[in-house]
Design a binder for this molecule. Structure first.
Ligand code: HEC
Ligand code: HEC
Ligand code: HEC
Ligand code: HEC
Ligand code: HEC
Length: 500
């Protein structure tokens, strides 16, 4: 039985070859497909088992070998249909089958051949299916988005890894769940690959990219702003640029609020995203980022228009560019969080990466990380030299007694720099600013300002207690901390080994 099938298989292949050799194009296609297939199957196997981690490996399998295999098969078909000597393939096949059927005892053989060829076709489709499915998954992976175009995506990838969303795949945010978002993003993606290949992309990458801007629905798959209730305490550690690197704390009672839920009214910061009222705004076309008009549609339908300058008559309402406020108007950097030099160094000191006991280490760090460097190697070398030189001059005894700590400080400063500055992409400190607070008038104060006035003379409040209560502002050992910690013995609960 087995032998018979084997013989049939051999005959089938031989017959197939006979047909194939009538077209050189088909032979070429078959050779390519035949050579690629075993390598392809083995690579897919390795990839599915996660053996090879290199991002280019996936590219090789799904973007090069997969299409090559399919192209090989397609060439066989095209070759047989279009280039095979004079005969028409359809006629040939029919004739062949008729001939075979006419022979005595051949009927069963032909039936088996049909089974065999169906089986082979099925296997081919299966291979194509598996390769396209895994290929699709590959283009959706963090590996592809974040690492493939290494230099281009490095800043976004590194900041992403350091953020609260480091386990959320890039595509969960950047590709909407609907088909429109999907096609748009794939088109944008392909354009980006070409832009990278031909080295034609913006440095830094412009933001926002309209087609990749996450929508409110995307965030709300995981977050429900109507559920964030009440106030929340934010404690932030910092260090002064003095000899002792004095540990200070900023403590804010943040009015996180909620969008209203089960009869509760919307209040606090997330009042903006309630379903009951809508805040539209428009930017000044001449000054991007400056809001020139706000239209507030209240829960009862009442409309208030706040405007810059002459507000006797509303202008431009309903013009293109009028936008409904959403999460990203405040959380524009939920994951690609670029810190300021101050924050970056504070984080490294508070986690002990930079030893806080080195005198003036914060001050020196601020100076060294803000110097312009051409690239990573140069930065690493010159920061290390800077640390060595400064302590050599000002604290020579430290250079002798604690060389290890100096190396550690230099490495920590370099880390702070390399997580936020990317010279290849022309990203320096604060290239991408956050809209979440009011550091440089790019955040809440774009609207919460007395410059936008309604016809009735109303403005949007910028009272310091509207959004938060400032309990301490870069204060050493704030009293409030003692209360928050239940008057415990000093130092026990200090968040980062400070002098509480
Ligand atoms: C939590 C959601 C989220 C995740 C996850 C995410 N991004 Fe983003 N990304 C954003 C937002 C929001 C913006 C800014 C959009 C804006 O300003 O309109 C952005 C902007 C970008 C930009 C434009 C340049 C810039 O920095 O503004 C690139 C490129 C980018 N992301 C790549 C990636 C890559 C690669 C990954 C995965 C490694 C990723 N993103 C993961 C939300 C996300
Ligand atoms: C797939 C789920 C998912 C999506 C989509 C998502 N997030 Fe998150 N987000 C999380 C998780 C989980 C955390 C908490 C992580 C932690 O605390 O370790 C988080 C934390 C946050 C925080 C707390 C801030 C911080 O840095 O600690 C904010 C703000 C936030 N997300 C905003 C957003 C915004 C805005 C979007 C849409 C662009 C979004 N998220 C999309 C899952 C998600
Ligand atoms: C008006 C600006 C603004 C808008 C609009 C906004 N947020 Fe926030 N959100 C804040 C601020 C400010 C905080 C608190 C400060 C911080 O996280 O640093 C916050 C906190 C959060 C947190 C952390 C909450 C917690 O309890 O720890 C999440 C998650 C979040 N926002 C998600 C969202 C989502 C999702 C949307 C859109 C539906 C949204 N926010 C819209 C300003 C805003
Ligand atoms: C696009 C304009 C705009 C931006 C940006 C904006 N707001 Fe508002 N905000 C408004 C408007 C409009 C009101 C309602 C004012 C009124 O009712 O008079 C408001 C009201 C508020 C309120 C009071 C809500 C209540 O309980 O009634 C808080 C709190 C608030 N905003 C916080 C913030 C914070 C924090 C940010 C920055 C992260 C921010 N806003 C950014 C437009 C804006
Ligand atoms: C419209 C809302 C709003 C108003 C009004 C407002 N703030 Fe803030 N403020 C914020 C938000 C949001 C943050 C948090 C930013 C962040 O999470 O990084 C913040 C952060 C701060 C911080 C801490 C900065 C840091 O990260 O070290 C201080 C200090 C502060 N505000 C002081 C003030 C003072 C003083 C006023 C009155 C002039 C004021 N704020 C008015 C929204 C507001």
């Amino acid at each position: 039985m087995f032998e018979e099938y084997f013989r049939l298989f051999k005959d089938f292949i031989l017959d197939l070859l006979k047909v194939l050799v009538k077209s050189r194009v088909a032979v070429a296609g078959a050779v390519v497909a035949g050579l690629v297939l075993p390598v392809l199957l083995f690579s897919v196997f390795l990839d599915l088992r996660g053996v090879v981690k290199n991002p280019y490996f996936g590219f090789l399998i799904y973007m090069v070998m997969g299409p090559l295999f399919v192209a090989g098969l397609a060439t066989v078909v095209v070759g047989l249909l279009l280039f095979r000597d004079k005969e028409e393939i359809g006629v040939y096949a029919l004739e062949y089958i008729r001939e075979q059927m006419a022979m005595p005892g051949r009927f069963i053989r032909v039936r088996k051949m049909i089974y065999l060829s169906s089986f082979l076709t099925f296997m081919t489709l299966l291979v194509i299916g598996v390769v396209s499915y895994t290929g699709f998954t590959y283009t959706e992976s963090v590996r592809f988005c974040g690492q493939f175009c290494h230099t281009v995506m490095e800043p976004e990838y590194i900041t992403y890894q350091n953020s609260a969303h480091s386990r959320v795949p890039c595509v969960d945010c950047h590709i909407g769940a609907n088909a429109g978002g999907f096609t748009k993003s794939k088109v944008t993606g392909i354009k980006m690959i070409f832009a990278t290949l031909f080295n034609r992309f913006d440095r830094p990458i412009a933001t926002p990219i309209a087609s990749l801007r996450p929508t409110r629905e995307v965030c709300e798959q995981c977050h429900r702003p109507e559920k964030f209730h009440g106030d929340k305490l934010y404690v932030k550690d910092g260090y002064l640029p003095d000899e002792a690197n004095t540990h200070v704390q900023t403590i804010l009672l943040m009015r996180v609020g909620s969008g209203g839920y089960r009869g509760q009214v919307a209040q606090g910061i997330h009042w903006h995203v309630s379903a009951n009222h809508h805040t539209y705004y428009q930017e000044d076309p001449e000054q991007p980022g400056v809001i020139s008009q706000i239209k507030l549609v209240d829960h009862d339908g009442a409309v208030v228009i706040y405007q810059r300058g002459d507000n006797s008559k509303p202008n431009g309402t309903g013009r293109p560019g009028y936008k409904l406020m959403d999460c990203l108007d405040c959380h524009n950097r939920p994951t690609h969080v670029f810190l300021s030099p101050d924050e970056a160094l504070d984080t490294k000191i508070s986690t002990g990466v930079i030893p806080p006991e080195l005198p003036f280490v914060k001050k020196l760090g601020l100076e060294l990380v803000q110097r312009p460097y051409g690239g990573k190697d140069q930065a690493r070398r010159q920061i290390a030299e800077g640390v060595e030189a400064w302590y050599g001059q000002n604290y020579p005894e430290l250079k002798r007694s604690a060389p290890q700590q100096l190396n550690q400080a230099a490495a920590g400063m370099f880390q702070a720099w390399s997580e936020n500055v990317f010279p290849e992409m022309k990203i320096s400190w604060r290239t991408y600013g956050s809209k979440l607070g009011h550091r440089d008038n790019t955040g809440c104060f774009r609207c919460h300002t007395s410059e936008l006035v309604s016809r009735e003379g109303r403005t949007i409040s910028h009272d310091c207690n509207l959004c938060h209560v400032v309990l301490a502002d870069r204060q050493p050992s704030p009293d409030i901390m003692r209360i928050l910690q239940g008057n415990r013995v000093a130092g026990v609960l200090s968040s980062s080994g400070g002098s509480l």
